[in-house]
Design a protein around this ligand. Structure first.
Ligand SMILES: [Mn+2]
Length: 467
């Protein structure tokens, strides 16, 4: 049973810790993850703490492991606030930082860890952290405990939840605790909710480009393929131009949208896919009316994608600046980064389609990206593959190098994976059995292990997922 009152009480406890450090003039560091939910939750925590008048910095890191903890400790901040990170390493954090750290998160954790007084984790209060509460929503709860004026940051929590693909309700809607910031944002006039195509660039791109730029769900032959997309649509008689200018999806009439659905369904069907996938192309759209509609920031999902690109392209500072409201330099840089990011993703996916990089073991698709997938890109690649028609009934396990002696794994369950498995738990236990660290959500998780243990680790994961 969800216990919102207990969650609010814990959020107040944490906010009191923050104000104690503020009053004493101590230095606070917010540490967060590099993906969209990480950047938005870290920014939410940072912004609300900074506004309260405390001395605070923010830093985003790709993984929290023992080495990262050591290096954070060496920087000697007085209080560490972890967002979207830390739930799997609470005893270690306690050892390193004593009482001087807080964790605001939604990754699964043992009940005794969730009960710790310095932890604000969705699971500890009966919310499903994988579907009902992003880390950004948790950070928003903290921000509201710090000061109710932080309601104006509510739209950022929506971005984080969409970034973590928590739009799992009817018609791709947000559910559970994520509805709290959503409701606040609606009341503040910060977000408008409507039903439309979910393609990226819905309002900003020519129709065929918007379709080609959409990867979730993955449309075989069209995702990443602008020319084929153009050919398929004009072949079907859709008028894509208006007096020489490309039209966008938002400009299509209801009849044209219906026609487009039919074209896409036929296209997916003819390639042996499940035409029902098209129903996933329509759903609840979250628009931010105060943002420029010619930028990706106007649409919640596109905002999240932009943040992801910043994180995966090693420009977390740009992502955080966007979250904090920079619509000048940060936006210019981010728009360049997302083009590079899409190029990298496309290239990696093309490399995957050739050679022997992908192998299937029972219910598990193993991708060996040691030589061509960058460490920061593993999450993007595994998400993309798990949403593709080809692997949506599989668990996807993507591997790449991490430094000299370690390997990083990112895993996702496809939407149509038939068995009940908990990836977070499986990766945690499999990694620990070979001297590594791992964890995450039931549908998405990661691990880092010594490179020498790769066969052992993979065998344990495959056995637990397929066996
Ligand atoms: Mn998250």
């Amino acid at each position: 049973m969800a216990d919102l009152a207990a969650l609010l009480a814990r959020a107040s406890d944490l906010s009191r810790v923050v104000s104690r450090f503020r009053r004493e003039g101590k230095r606070i560091l917010v540490v967060t993850h590099i993906d969209a939910d990480g950047l938005s939750s870290g920014s939410l925590a940072f912004h609300s703490i900074a506004r309260s008048g405390a001395i605070v910095s923010v830093r985003a890191i790709p993984d929290l492991d023992m080495r990262a903890i050591e290096s954070l400790r060496a920087d000697r901040f007085d209080l560490y606030v972890f967002t979207d990170l830390g739930s799997g390493l609470l005893p270690e954090l306690q050892k390193a930082f004593g009482e001087n750290f807080l964790v605001v998160d939604h990754h699964q954790l043992p009940p005794e860890d969730a009960a710790r007084p310095n932890v604000l984790n969705a699971w500890g209060f009966g919310f499903d952290g994988g579907a009902e509460a992003s880390s950004s929503t948790m950070a928003y709860m903290l921000a509201m405990a710090v000061d109710e004026k932080n309601r104006d940051l509510s739209s950022l929590a929506i971005v984080g939840a969409l970034g973590d693909r928590q739009d799992v309700g009817e018609g791709r809607s947000l559910v559970g605790l994520n509805k709290k910031p959503l409701q606040d944002a609606i009341e503040e006039g910060l977000v408008e909710v409507s039903k439309d195509f979910l393609f990226h660039g819905r309002e900003t791109r020519p129709v065929h480009e918007a379709i080609a730029m959409t990867y979730t769900p993955f449309i075989p032959g069209l995702s990443g393929a602008k020319d084929s997309s153009l050919a398929a649509l004009s072949g079907a008689g859709l008028s894509l131009k208006d007096r020489g200018r490309w039209r966008n999806l938002a400009e299509l009439s209801t009849g044209e949208k219906q026609k487009l659905m039919e074209v896409l369904a036929a296209h997916i069907g003819s390639r042996g896919g499940d035409a029902a996938v098209v129903s996933e192309l329509v759903g609840e759209v979250y628009s931010f009316p105060l943002e420029d509609s010619l930028t990706p920031l106007h649409d919640g999902r596109e905002f999240a994608t932009l943040l992801n690109a910043c994180g995966r392209m090693d420009a977390t500072d740009v992502g955080i600046a966007l979250c904090l409201g920079d619509r000048d330099r940060a936006l210019t840089i981010a728009m360049k980064l997302i083009v590079e990011y899409r190029g990298k993703l496309n290239k990696a996916i093309q490399t995957l389609q050739t050679g022997d990089k992908v192998s299937v073991h029972g219910n598990v698709t193993v991708v060996i990206g040691d030589d061509f997938i960058e460490e920061r890109m593993t999450g993007s690649i595994s998400s993309l593959l798990a949403s593709s028609d080809k692997y949506k009934d599989k668990m996807v396990l993507v591997r790449t190098r991490s430094g000299e002696s370690e390997l990083k794994f990112s895993s996702r369950l496809g939407d149509e994976f038939a068995k009940e498995v908990n990836l977070g738990l499986i990766l945690k236990e499999a990694a620990e059995s070979v001297g590594g660290v791992g964890g995450g959500h039931s549908m998405a998780a990661g691990a880092k292990i010594p490179a020498t243990k790769k066969e052992e680790f993979t065998a344990v994961v495959v056995e637990r997922v397929s066996g």
